[in-house]
Design a binder for this molecule. Structure first.
Ligand code: IMP
Length: 424
């Protein structure tokens, strides 16, 4: 069956959008399945930069239909603005975006709660993107959420529902010592956004099932990364959705047996935004160098990312968990000027040596990474012409492949569409 899944292999920001963009060329449908506007996907086409938060980046290909799946949480105001922004860049979106009626609505009070809670927690915060993600998922699993399908009800009913929700949530905000929101004004803003996105809301499962029957190509676009998955990540320092392969089928409404290819995206080094364990973090000069050369600042929040070395222990765990069939390595060019490159090959945990990534934060804190050091290639892998891998860079990639136990199929050497090497 023709479904390809692209899944983040680290803590998000692996450069998934670039690979999705590359694969979207040959896809009929591009589907987001989890998360919300916490994601920031950047694609550069001939020097022009496109940043996506909710809309699948496949929108850049006129033949692709984009689906926002049922596992997502969607801020209607952010979505309406993003679609307007895409249109302003001259992209025709008519009949090309569908929003699942099962996806949950992120309300302004979710954003208030997220930001307020983070501020109150201070240094023990999770370091969220403050986009209301966790509070929206809390309402979803607590069976108190509003689904995008509810926005299809008559306007007066929706207005009544929204007003009721705001009044209830204002009480909750007050009890938490947080700012309350003006009910009428907030409801009206949402109703304006609803008007724009209402025509896009439908049962997207039916669209995808019919696409499967017609053997059309479907690409599922993962957001965040496996190590941020609510079940398989470094809980509680995770996002609140299932960002790994299991979440893809549930969130898109696709049968698990439809997955044909699972492409894991790994940066040639590691980064993380927000708090939580990061065994191979380099808080010194090399970490700073990776940040500066890699432009490691959040697309959504602009926060500097924590940087460190490739963690092959985490990577091989992620390969197993997701059933990854092939790997894409991104940002290899960032390592072009390094004399030496470190790779974490195992963890020392007291007297034990671990060769898998534990999800328990306390165990992880006790783990000390053990490194192998390889010589850098000290050559430009991407100087504008046809990108190519110097011998030592190819050897680095082959070594990662061996450590991960999975074939590397693509290597990305810069933000532009053309900066990519396909390996046989
Ligand atoms: P939330 O998803 O905003 O609740 O944030 C929870 C954690 O996931 C925080 O550490 C965030 O920095 C991280 N996170 C969420 N989305 C992304 C992403 O797209 N890239 C990288 N980190 C993310």
């Amino acid at each position: 069956m023709p479904v390809t899944l692209v899944v983040g292999g680290q803590w998000g920001d692996e450069g998934k959008a670039k690979i999705i963009d590359y694969l979207a060329r040959d896809s009929d449908y591009v589907v987001r399945y989890a998360g919300g506007a916490n994601a920031g996907h950047t694609v550069v086409v001939d020097g022009a930069r496109f940043a996506f938060h909710l809309v699948p980046s496949g929108i850049l290909y006129p033949h692709a239909t984009c689906v926002l799946g049922g596992g997502m949480v969607i801020d209607p105001i952010a979505l309406a603005n993003e679609i307007d922004g895409v249109k302003k860049k001259g992209i025709d979106v008519d009949g090309r975006i569908f929003v699942s009626d099962q996806a949950h609505v992120v309300f302004p009070y979710h954003i208030e709660m997220d930001a307020g809670t983070e501020t109150r927690l201070g240094s023990s915060s999770i370091g969220t993107t403050r986009r209301g993600i966790a509070p929206a998922y809390v309402d979803k699993v607590g069976r108190k959420g509003v689904r995008m399908g509810d926005l299809l009800r008559p306007r007066a009913e929706v207005e009544q529902l929204f007003s009721k929700k705001f009044r209830e949530k204002n009480k909750e905000l007050k009890s938490l010592g947080l700012e309350t929101l003006p009910v009428q004004e907030s409801v009206e803003r949402l109703l304006r956004a609803r008007k724009k996105i209402q025509p896009l809301i439908t049962d997207t499962r039916v669209i995808l099932w019919s696409a499967l029957e017609q053997k059309r190509k479907i690409l599922c676009e993962g957001a965040q990364g496996t190590l941020l998955d609510v079940d398989h990540g470094t809980y509680p320092y995770v996002t609140s959705s299932s960002s790994s392969a299991g979440g893809a089928v549930a969130g898109a409404g696709l049968p698990p047996s439809s997955l044909e290819r699972v492409i894991g995206i790994f940066k040639a080094y590691c980064t993380r935004v927000g708090n939580g364990p990061f065994p191979t973090e380099d808080k010194r000069r090399m970490g700073d160098k990776l940040r500066e050369l890699g432009g490691e600042y959040g697309t959504t929040t602009g926060r500097p990312r924590r940087c460190g070395w490739f963690d092959a222990v985490a990577a091989r765990t992620v390969v197993k968990l997701n059933g990854i069939t092939e790997v894409a390595i991104t940002k290899l060019d960032v390592l072009d000027s390094f004399d030496e490159i470190k790779i974490c090959t195992s963890y020392r945990c007291g007297r034990r040596r671990l060769d898998y990534f534990p999800t328990n934060v306390r165990s992880l804190e006790r783990c000390k990474p053990e490194y192998e050091v390889v010589k850098g290639w000290k050559k430009k892998t991407n100087s504008g012409g046809k990108p190519r891998l110097p011998r030592k860079a190819a050897a680095y990639v082959r070594y990662l492949e061996k450590l991960m136990g999975c074939r590397v199929h693509l290597v990305s050497l810069g933000p532009d569409r053309k900066a990519m090497v396909k390996l046989s």
